[in-house]
Write a protein that binds this ligand. Sequence first.
Ligand code: XMP
Length: 507
Amino acid sequence: MQTIIILDHGSQYTQLIARKVRELNVYCEIHPYNNLPAFDKNVVGVILSGSPYSVNDKDAPKPDLWFKGKLPVLGICYGAQYMVNAFGGKVQRSTAREYGRAILTAIDSTCPLMKDVSIGSQVWASHGDTVETMPDNYKIICSTASVKNAGYKIEGEETYAIQFHPEVHHSVEGKKILENFLVNICHCKQDWTSDNFVATAINELKEKIGNDKVVLGLSGGVDSSVAAILLNEAAGKNLNCIFVDNGLLRKNEFESVLVSYKGMGLNVKGVDAKEMFYTALKGIKDPEAKRRAIGKTFIDVFDREASMIKDVRWLAQGTIYPDVIESISVKGPSATIKSHHNVGGLPDYMKLKIVEPLRSLFKDEVRRVGKVLGLKDELLSRHPFPGPGLAIRILSDVTEEKVRILQEVDSIFIEGLKQNDLYGKVWQAGAMLLPVQSVGVMGDERTYENVVALRAVESVDGMTADWAHLPYTFLAEVSNKIINNVSGVNRVCYDISSKPPATIEWE
Ligand code: XMP
């Protein structure tokens, strides 16, 4: 598969470059600038990302550009400035404002990178430095009103650079520029498609696994479900799926998802471990301690179940590309705000080899692959749901009774969203059970019962989110329905915090 290598210098936009390249049906990989793999013959071009550093900083990233002049290169922002600085030009603190919107005022239309890009097109810049003087053989290919050297080409080689960010949404023709680089300059065939991925992945899995047995933990979420059908194509009955009921799932979810899995022809065993989880969680109030208790219990259950499968050799996981990138990132694994990865690993004595069929895919690609594999819409379009489930939506300690209350509330909310055609419009929704009681009046009686908070957010990747502006009429209806139908709840709130500074889950 033709591959574009993206050198990561720590920019917040590096993943976005990769996603845009993939959207153009070209396979790409992100690697830290200081830890590049050997390039094989599939590598057809290199993109240098931006960076929070200035090239003049003492500890600025200094990649070894051994491939420059041999392969096509596109430098973006820091990448553009680095090449100027490293090869005889000058980069300085900028006097003009170079944050945000800028307009291309001049374009070299003969340059293959700028083909069909229009003068007047808006681009997005985000840098404090600027290219002051360029080395002799560098030729300007575009300018903005305040930045003459907005883009350049190095003569005699296929090296191009732009100081603005083509990967961000606000660079209106940014995708065109990336496409020009990929197609006109790197000659990419644009054959990275879901169909192709599926065909190749199944073959590779067959080769890797052969007739060995594989075990996979299903969660009901998109990633593990897609991993399962892919592996099912490759391993068939040798794939042993385990779906654990931890007692923290949504109302009736365990039963209905198990039926869907079986309907898909998966060899799946449903394991009722509710009591074990409730026991492990007893009295625990701290969110991270809850996560640990759930993670440990899951491993115990999974371990017990997996060891019952005779001669199992492989442990399959639904790891996706953002997890991989995070673990190799220039910045190192990001500081833990919440420990989101629930399965720490299996005991060593099981000696299972790991297979991760989705490790090269972004979430939206996983969904597309799922579609190609015929995964039902109802599973594909499900909102994300955290591994520790309702335990981190029940503030304070977890009991079976609290789970029951929250399941009822959540079910009314989610069903309401579906019936009102709102489910697909929000990224994630759920309900929180708060550790407070409030006074209410029902009939002539004073009540003193629980408060719940509803949360619905809009987001692209869960990293940032805004609260969903759901219609008041809908919220009023849902609130009434909850209070009238769920005994134990007499007050409903709606969470109007964005992330940051809040998070999506309350714990
Ligand atoms: P936060 O609350 O960090 O959530 O804004 C971002 C996304 O991650 C999910 N989340 C988790 N998922 N285990 C998971 O598998 C966890 O411990 C966990 N905590 C949060 C959350 O539902 C949202 O989609």
